[in-house]
Design a protein around this ligand. Structure first.
Ligand SMILES: [Mg+2]
Length: 351
């Protein structure tokens, strides 16, 4: 009860400016008022310790940020704007003894609430339970809104469309590779115990200093503004977010649209952290390293695509082809025009 009350106080700060949440945490259920003429988009994402994160490798604040970012990225890929978030937490007994004093939990909530505030995704409910294991489980449910019938989908790509990407690739996998157990645990042991004042705007601003440019793995920035602009300006025929890696998510888009695709390796916008690892790692991170949370979308040949959208650069990385039984679904074009089949080998982290 103390934990729920604590979360409720902190959640109140994320509701500022939200008109959709009529009733948040505190009753048997939340009440939402979706905007007129819109449909509701729903996505759920589970963040399970030892599967999606490690407490000895990921700072708690980053785990909180990433828990929410994964769901927000799915909303972005549909062109939706967030309406409300619901968080269910299972925490080990060692935390539950005094959850409000738990350093880890405070940091986790700092990361989650900071992103909730900047992305206008108010926390409107959830659940807590004592984990029967030593592991933390954080499950997020996100509701978003799109104008009726207009949601971006994976299934609209046609032969002749061009393939675009927001931001850059490979940074997340490259940063993850540098997160060693020793460096992170020594960092967290010297960090002061956080007792952030409840609902403090100053603390939210401070915790917003993390950017995906410097920490693409720990603090990815979901491309909500870009996704909503794609929808509003009717620029995309299909869209998906890069959660499992370009090769895997492009395969999903191709399957849903029943098309093939070719990618120009030289055109790939590779994150500086990935480039720093040299070849062939850089290209491998870019093609298969997951969790970049960029948007991959297709556009009709006649449509003019701006250089930036929602504050992020856009890059044309290839094109959509007719699916043919005698041809690979995905092809990589490298220097000298050499074409090789591209297989989906999305990054499977922690394996
Ligand atoms: Mg997705």
């Amino acid at each position: 009860l103390a934990l729920i009350d604590y979360i409720r106080q902190r959640a109140a700060a994320t509701r500022r400016g939200s008109s959709a949440v009529r009733l948040g945490i505190g009753d048997d259920a939340a009440i939402l008022a979706p905007p007129r003429g819109h449909e509701i988009v729903v996505t759920t994402d589970m963040s399970l310790e030892a599967r999606h994160f490690r407490r000895d490798a990921h700072p708690a604040r980053a785990v909180g940020h990433r828990t929410l970012a994964r769901g927000l990225s799915d909303l972005a890929a549909m062109g939706a704007r967030p309406l409300a978030a619901f968080l269910s937490l299972a925490i080990p007994r060692s935390f539950a003894a005094d959850p409000v004093d738990s350093h880890w939990l405070n940091e986790f909530l700092d990361g989650l609430f900071a992103l909730a505030a900047t992305s206008q995704a108010p926390l409107a409910g959830g659940d807590t339970a004592e984990s029967p294991s030593i592991h933390v489980l954080a499950d997020i449910v996100l509701l978003g809104a799109v104008p009726s019938g207009k949601a971006l989908r994976r299934s609209g790509a046609s032969p002749g469309d061009r393939l675009f990407l927001t931001g850059s690739l490979g940074g997340s996998a490259a940063e993850l590779a540098t997160l060693t157990v020793s460096s992170v645990s020594s960092e967290s042991s010297v960090m002061p115990k956080s007792r952030v004042p409840h609902s403090s705007a100053a603390s939210l601003r401070m915790s917003g200093v993390h950017t995906s440019g410097a920490h693409p793995h720990l603090y990815p920035q979901p491309r909500l503004a870009a996704g909503q602009a794609l929808l509003r300006r009717n620029l995309a025929t299909a869209c998906i977010d890069i959660s499992d890696g370009l090769s895997t998510d492009l395969a999903h888009l191709c399957a849903a649209s029943n098309v093939a695709a070719e990618i120009d390796a030289a055109s790939l916008p590779i994150h500086a952290l990935a480039r720093a690892s040299g070849e062939p790692s850089a290209l491998r991170f870019a093609l298969h390293g997951g969790e970049d949370y960029e948007l991959l979308f297709t556009a009709s040949p006649g449509v003019s695509i701006p250089r930036t959208l929602g504050g992020v650069p856009l890059t044309c990385i290839g094109s959509i082809l007719r699916a043919r039984r005698d041809q690979p679904t995905m092809t990589l074009i490298e220097a000298g025009g050499i074409r090789t089949p591209l297989e989906p080998h999305g990054w499977e982290h922690l394996r």
